[in-house]
Design a protein around this ligand. Sequence first.
Ligand code: C2E
Ligand code: MG
Ligand code: MG
Length: 523
Amino acid sequence: MSMKSRLLGMAFASADVLLELDGERVTFALGAGPVPGVDPGAAWAGQPLDTILDPACQNAVASQLRKLKPGVRSEPVGIRVLTGDGRARKAIIRAFALPELAPFISCALVWDGPPVQAETPKPILDARGLLQRLGSILSQGGTGPELAVDFLEIPGLGAADEAHRRAGARIEASLQARSHQGASAARLAPDRFALVRDSADISDLAEAIRTAGVAEGLNLSAITSRGELGKAEAAVAVRTLRFALEDCLKDGAEAGSRFGERLKRTVQDADRFRGIVRERQFSLAWQPILALDSRAVHHFEALARFGGAAQAPTGPISMAEELGLIESFDLAVAEKALLQLRQPGFGLTKAAVNVSAVSLTGDGYVQGLLRMTSAYPDMRKRLMVEITETSELADLDAANRRVKALRDAGIKVCLDDFGVGAASLDYLRKLQIDIVKIDGAFVRDIETDAKVRTLAGHLVDLCRELKIETVAEMVETEGQAEAVKALGVDYGQGWLFGRPTPTPALSAPAAVGKRVGEVVGWG
Ligand code: C2E
Ligand code: MG
Ligand code: MG
């Protein structure tokens, strides 16, 4: 009996299929295939190993092969081998690197049960789908695993040729299979992916990308970065992820490496902002709004200021809007404004506070403001809310119910930055408001651009007919003040009349001639 036959007999006693690999490809196969009629020698030889494995187990195999030491047998790895007819068969594979065969690797594969129907892979998500998916995973709550989000950038994958397209499809399937419950991966851009995984799963995604490239004859590599979501509440986690993803997608090349840091910073910024709101670490600056005919101060707009009087609030405010933190901030601003209005020096000053339209997409702000003022009905008459960022108002009927609740309580309502958005006329039609503030962009060009003058003039006429008063903001010159007055605008605000100051400047230069503290009525 020859030694060869003896060894072969012993080999088949320990395996159903004997395989030889050159790293990624099967160079030789012998034995019983996953289903009758499939001869591994003919079907697998020359194929990349990944093409015969279920994507979900490719990484585990690759990682064992990488760790393999000469003369030492690998750990057994549970795999699923594709049968080629839509089914898969479980198996256990072990690898061994016989030094004299290097660089080839010998493998023994043992079938584990009959072939079963392979799960149809879930199609990859888009960004919106990923956020929805994360929301639903988190809102199922319970004691699920802690989750992480991996971001991958694969330079060059967006190329239009067939090999890249096929590699892209392989990568989609492979990432989806590795994601949480096999259904939480998204392709955000031709060369960018993100997937939700269990925090404990640290298997190497870059390796999976490389292997998918090799299968199509491409040299692909991935820049990866992981962000932890921790134990955040579902809605907050989704918004935080959206903010960080948007940031990374806006970025040019190599954004992939910065995602984890971005997500961490976003979580920290959100925490810091919550602290600012909780500790009321902001102040208000008061800017006068004057009646254009008499130049008497009509009311003041309370503008939020963070850390130092001059700092513009737009950065933190738009972040808070996106992260869903603006409602509590807007309420905190209203609370601070109301406290100041009750100080003796403020007389009967009237005040406008800004409220982001995002805060009108739920009932919390209006209920909060009404609760806050319930003990001081007179204060309601001295208060106006200016709705900013109106583009966020998707449900105008619901928003109008909230606007009406404020007005019924005696609080005036103003639409800020009017005329810039495409839906301005819709707002006028659907929202019952008291005042419209014409956007500063119109005022800026009012003297020089006849078209702007015509447009602004029509907006003012329209408001007048609807019995809505008008304010022109950002009035910086006498010429602009005259021009908007000539169009019939009722009130003006801007540096010409007074800059925002820490306390209402009741004797603003342009208001000279009026008694200090004299404030005209709402009209
Ligand atoms: P806004 O409500 O349209 O406020 C007017 C902005 O124009 C203010 O900037 C004000 O300082 C500035 N401004 C006033 N007069 C002039 C002028 O003559 N020329 C120029 N160039 N600028 C002028 P600020 O304080 O930086 O506020 C920016 C935006 O931040 C506000 O726009 C508002 O949308 C938002 N904001 C401010 N405070 C709050 C708040 O408490 N809650 C919310 N949700 N948003 C706020
Ligand atoms: Mg405003
Ligand atoms: Mg404005």
